[in-house]
Design a protein around this ligand. Structure first.
Ligand code: 13P
Length: 363
């Protein structure tokens, strides 16, 4: 028996009738039934020790839960400790859960080894028991520029001094690019002083606000992770500006087409998509409305249908992320296109994340 409140299905099939996606309730464990995925992205929080304590409290609260998948995403430093703890045999004995608990990394680099100081490869993650990796999170897509100073570094390169020196170096090279020389000479001409200053200010600002991982880099990460046998949570989502300019769908389509380009059919089943609108993420933001989530999830699923066929589109899990909390998860899970959540802040509290994992259950 399904011990859940009406209309909130813990497990379900997804059908498409009259051009609309619908959920039809299923019993847990029925062949082909969809299992929601509740994933915690801890971001840059928790030491190995505090992460372990969080996981232990969470599993206490979730004892016996087997009908959904649970993902825990500590920072790189917490992965090994948690991997040892959540290996199935241990958890099965203690909590009667385990095979449905997965270890998530928050990022991966696409090269397999070499001089990439500070980066971690898919091979390294797989070797310590990581199951799945979050790729393309908006923290990395959009927010890196302001921390890493791409903007000021570009502004500096567009200064008169820097360009004058670059021009003289360039002119000494045998194979100098004549177009580059022409452009630099043009920019450095006295009458173009204002153009150069304007360009420095514009590009500096753009890169400060927007520079981060590109669709191309994200795509390389997706392919590297999948080829290594890791599963992927592929994140996409629009910022406030795109939503206000009615560019949400155009942007999501670009992110998804480019991010998942070239994923072979045999590996596409290892991809979960997370829709995380930037304006709905973090402290002080409001989650997207039921209608907004529903509309975007249908859009994404229809796009996946165009790319990979209806049968796969019906089964791919598409999560929502952005201020998911114990008090809104049940409502979000009634949406026909939603298969779980990628949870930030609330995943750091065992009671909150535990309630999210137990959505719809009558206690
Ligand atoms: P919050 O749940 O804190 O809004 O974060 C969402 C998120 O970015 C998860 O990846």
């Amino acid at each position: 028996m399904n011990n859940s409140s009406p209309n909130v299905y813990r497990n379900y099939y997804r059908l498409r009738t009259a051009n609309q996606w619908r959920k039809v309730q299923a019993e847990s464990g029925e062949p082909g039934a969809i299992r929601p995925y509740l994933a915690g992205n801890w971001k840059m929080n928790m030491t190995p020790r505090s992460g372990l304590a969080l996981a232990a409290r969470l599993f206490d609260i979730c004892k016996g839960i087997k009908d959904v998948d649970i993902g825990l995403g500590p920072p790189f430093t917490g992965l090994s400790t948690l991997a040892e703890y959540i290996k199935p045999d241990f958890l099965k004995a203690e909590y009667d859960i385990g095979r449905n608990v997965f270890l998530l990394a928050q990022d991966v680099f696409f090269e397999s080894k070499g001089a990439f100081t500070g980066e971690i490869s898919a091979e390294m993650l797989a070797a310590i028991g990581v199951d799945r990796v979050i790729i393309g999170h908006s923290d990395r897509r959009a927010n890196l520029g302001k921390y890493f100073g791409f903007g000021s570094s570009v502004a500096r390169r567009l200064s008169n001094d820097f360009l004058t020196q670059s021009l003289s170096r360039l002119k000494q090279k045998d194979d100098a690019d004549s177009k580059a020389i022409m452009a630099l000479e043009h920019l450095l001409a006295k009458e173009n002083e204002d153009v150069l200053a304007g360009l420095a200010s514009f590009l500096g600002g753009e890169l400060r606000d927007r520079a981060g991982e590109s669709d191309e880099a994200i795509n390389r990460k997706v392919l590297a992770a999948l080829e290594q046998g890791l599963q992927v949570i592929f994140c996409c989502g629009e910022n406030r500006e795109a939503r206000e300019n009615n560019e949400t769908f155009k942007l999501l389509e670009r992110q998804i087409r480019m991010g998942l380009e070239g994923v072979p059919q045999r590996l596409i089943h290892d991809v979960v998509i997370a829709y995380e609108p930037l304006w709905a993420i973090g402290v002080g933001a409001k989650p997207a409305t039921h209608e907004q989530i529903s509309e975007v999830h249908d859009f994404i699923r229809n796009l996946i249908m165009d790319l990979h066929g209806e049968q796969f589109a019906a089964s791919i899990r598409i999560l929502y992320g952005g201020n998911v909390k114990p008090d809104n998860i049940a409502d979000i899970m009634t949406i026909a296109g939603v298969d779980g959540a990628l949870v930030g802040g609330a995943s750091l509290k065992a009671t909150d994340f535990g309630q999210i994992v137990r959505f719809g259950l009558i206690d």
